[in-house]
Design a protein around this ligand. Structure first.
Ligand code: AMP
Ligand code: TRP
Length: 334
């Protein structure tokens, strides 16, 4: 069986970017890959790397788990749990901090972007923002994952994870499986509809360019119809020169299964492209919203899934992390 691992941070409401970049791939693996043993995690510790409100993180953690189930993850097939319920993640992260260098972490693009923003505002950042990719590496390596289905923005973090696994194995003997990132064919980086040169993130200052999984159809339509394009009027796939139009084509292709370049040929106006894209997104999200509405009335069921998921996750991670503790030279407890 191939172990697959991925995670999502409860820092905001889930977006269309999360869905197309990550969650949809997870559901695909869960439902259609007989050779896979998938493990999915709401990585709540990662939500503490930036300013946070305790009650909100708690609420968003349960909401993320509910939405993952609503998206089609089957708790009978996959292991779904919350990161802080399983101590092995932080236990392993320390050993990996003793494997990584500070220069390596300071080079991470996400860290540089976020610290640049904070510095401009005259603020500091939490130390955990720097070390966060090491915790992410621990998340992945603790489960012996071979594949990590993520969006484009996580590629560099998975590369770091590979580097750390290889280095640890070379120094201390074979301990970790070396994982690889798996990106979706299209829409690996969905852009903000109002600012198509920036990624659609959970917590942009303005929400007008972000489609949330729980937005109602009228809201989705409004956001897509108002998407920023350009004014040459030509429907063509060119992410550099025409980021807004290309983003719509990517989203449409991801929803309908076509190719963005080929789809472009079928449109001679932005209006028609937007209309079809809006309709495709509404249809894509409809079943997710409906199942979410059912599940949200039964939080005990979600909690039960998370409790049994954490139990299985502990069993999987414990022996791997114990092995790493021994390999690095720590005396086993009697
Ligand atoms: P995060 O919201 O940062 O926890 O991301 C969870 C998953 O969604 C990761 O695999 C990300 O790469 C993916 N993701 C987040 N935003 C986008 C986006 N705008 N486009 C594609 N994938 C995304
Ligand atoms: N860092 C990822 C993000 O911001 C979330 C994450 C944490 C993750 N641990 C992971 C993704 C392990 C894949 C595997 O999106």
């Amino acid at each position: 069986m191939k172990r697959i691992f991925s995670g999502i941070k409860p820092t905001g409401h889930l977006t269309l970017g999360n869905y197309l970049g990550a969650v949809r791939q997870w559901v695909e693996v869960d439902q259609h890959r007989a050779d896979a043993d998938p493990v999915f995690c709401v990585v709540d510790l990662h939500a503490l790397t930036v300013e946070h409100e305790p009650a909100r993180v708690r609420r968003l953690s349960r909401q993320a788990a509910t939405l993952l189930l609503a998206s089609g993850l089957d708790p009978e097939r996959c292991t779904l749990f919350v990161q802080s319920h399983v101590n092995e993640h932080t236990r392993l992260a320390y050993l990996l901090e003793c494997t990584a260098t500070d220069g390596e972490l300071r080079r991470m693009i996400q860290y540089r972007e976020k610290t640049a923003g904070a510095a401009a505002a005259g603020q500091g950042v939490r130390l955990s923002l720097l070390t966060y990719p090491v915790l992410m590496a621990a998340d992945i390596l603790a489960y012996g994952a071979e594949e990590v289905p993520v969006g484009e923005d996580q590629r560099q973090h998975v590369e770091l994870t590979r580097d750390l696994a290889v280095r640890f194995n070379q120094r201390y003997g074979h301990t970790f499986t070396v994982p690889r990132a798996v990106l979706p064919r299209v829409a690996a980086r969905v852009m903000d509809l109002q600012d198509p040169r920036s990624k659609m993130g959970k917590s942009h200052a303005s929400t007008a360019g972000i489609v949330y999984l729980l937005d109602d159809p009228a809201t989705v339509e409004k956001k897509v119809m108002r998407a920023v394009t350009d004014n040459d009027g030509e429907v063509r796939y060119d992410r550099e020169a025409k980021p807004g139009v290309s983003n719509l084509l990517d989203v449409l292709a991801a929803c309908t299964g076509g190719e963005p370049e080929a789809l472009a040929a079928g449109y001679d106006s932005y209006g028609a492209l937007k209309k079809d894209t809006a309709a495709a997104v509404v249809e894509l999200l409809r079943p997710v919203r409906e199942r979410h509405a059912e599940l949200v009335g039964d939080p005990a069921r979600v909690d039960a899934v998370l409790a049994s998921g954490a139990g299985r996750a502990r069993e999987l991670a414990r022996p791997v992390v114990d092995r790493a503790y021994r390999a690095i030279g720590l005396l086993p407890a009697a």
